[in-house]
Design a protein around this ligand. Structure first.
Ligand SMILES: Cc1cc2nc3c(=O)[nH]c(=O)nc-3n(C[C@H](O)[C@H](O)[C@H](O)COP(=O)(O)OP(=O)(O)OC[C@H]3O[C@@H](n4cnc5c(N)ncnc54)[C@H](O)[C@@H]3O)c2cc1C
Length: 291
């Protein structure tokens, strides 16, 4: 397996920002994954996985460790009876396509989530009232020390959260689905896609929801809209004019621009509503939100 150096993470994120990963590898099997983790451990390097980068904001200074992108067998998709069995690097769109072809329903909500199964486990991805924890049976988590299958409870899945930490790699996942007519699955996906298109910026470079919804009558998006933030810009980053809980790369944005927008959004939500917004997007490397 080739280990590349200085690979720009901007190429691996949907927002299109972020500096270089010092080392980058694409393991295609469990053996290669273990080899990569061992290689990093010997050198004392931190390891992080990038899925489709759809919930990731890497520092402009980059990441001083090894970034892994799961490929080959680790991005494969199959069905076994009512189980959807996927590699951690499998795109949700591919997994959904396979489930539909096998007449298995219950994964339609993932049509709205442009990531991988491993990224979904990391943050218990969800949409339209469904989430990973409801369909996930178990995930194979691999570290430099060994591997084991963990259930949703053992992964600590809750609202857009798991207890996983960098260095723990979701290599496989199994989802229990329900037999359903293909036509019904297709119709549900079309309906969800139409809802999504009407409410959110779907043809822009974003990383999905910026903040988790607070415990409040207003969602994060409605709150930031009421704070007058729709269309607000810092550098090349802009709060989406369509949905205030999205940040768009309007051209030449840096991760620092996005962080500055997030800090301003948090400040206004705190001042106007007394609410401390918590970010949903994952930050990687030397990058943090000011308190
Ligand atoms: C337009 C748009 C709409 C979105 N809508 C939704 C939505 O409705 N609901 C929702 O929940 N999310 C949504 N998202 C966010 C995003 O798609 C999800 O969080 C998705 O699960 C991230 O998966 P990913 O593979 O892209 O992970 P990445 O963004 O690449 O990584 C996110 C985190 O997961 C970790 N990770 C990724 N893969 C693995 C692995 N195999 N093992 C261990 N850790 C891993 C990374 O290290 C990082 O910490 C949206 C994003 C966009 C751009």
């Amino acid at each position: 397996m080739k280990i590349e150096e200085s690979v720009p993470l901007a190429r691996h994120t949907t927002i299109g920002t972020g500096g270089p990963a010092r080392y980058f590898a694409r393991p295609e099997s469990l053996d290669e994954l273990e080899e990569a983790l061992g290689w990093a451990a010997e050198r004392g390097l931190e390891v992080a996985v990038v899925g489709l980068g759809s919930n990731l904001l890497p520092a402009d200074a980059g990441f001083e460790g090894l970034v892994l992108r799961l490929a080959g067998d680790l991005a494969g998709v199959d069905t076994e009876g009512a189980l959807l069995v996927v590699g951690g690097g499998a795109a949700n769109a591919v997994a959904l396509h396979r489930a539909r072809a096998a007449g298995l329903g219950g994964f339609e909500f993932a049509c709205a989530i442009p990531g991988t199964s491993g990224g979904g486990v990391w943050m218990n991805a969800g949409a339209y009232g469904s989430e990973w924890s409801q369909v996930l049976v178990r995930a194979l988590v691999v570290t430099a020390e060994g591997s084991g299958w963990l259930t949703p409870a053992e992964l600590g899945l809750s609202y857009r959260h798991s207890e996983l930490r960098h260095g723990q790699v979701v290599a496989r996942a199994e989802f229990r689905l329900t037999p359903a007519p293909v036509g019904e699955i297709k119709a549900r996906v079309s309906e969800l896609n139409a809802q999504r298109k009407a409410a959110q910026p779907t043809n822009k470079r974003t990383f999905g929801s910026v903040f988790k919804n607070p415990v409040h009558e207003l969602t994060a998006g409605r709150m930031l809209e009421a704070c007058g933030l729709r269309g607000f810009c810092v550098g090349g980053a802009q709060i989406s004019p369509k949905h205030a809980n999205f940040i768009e790369n309007a051209g030449g944005a840096t991760s620092a621009d996005a962080v500055a927008l997030m800090a301003e959004a948090r400040r206004r939500a705190r001042e106007q509503y007394g609410v401390e917004l918590r970010h949903e997007v994952e930050l990687l490397g030397p990058i943090e939100l000011p308190a």
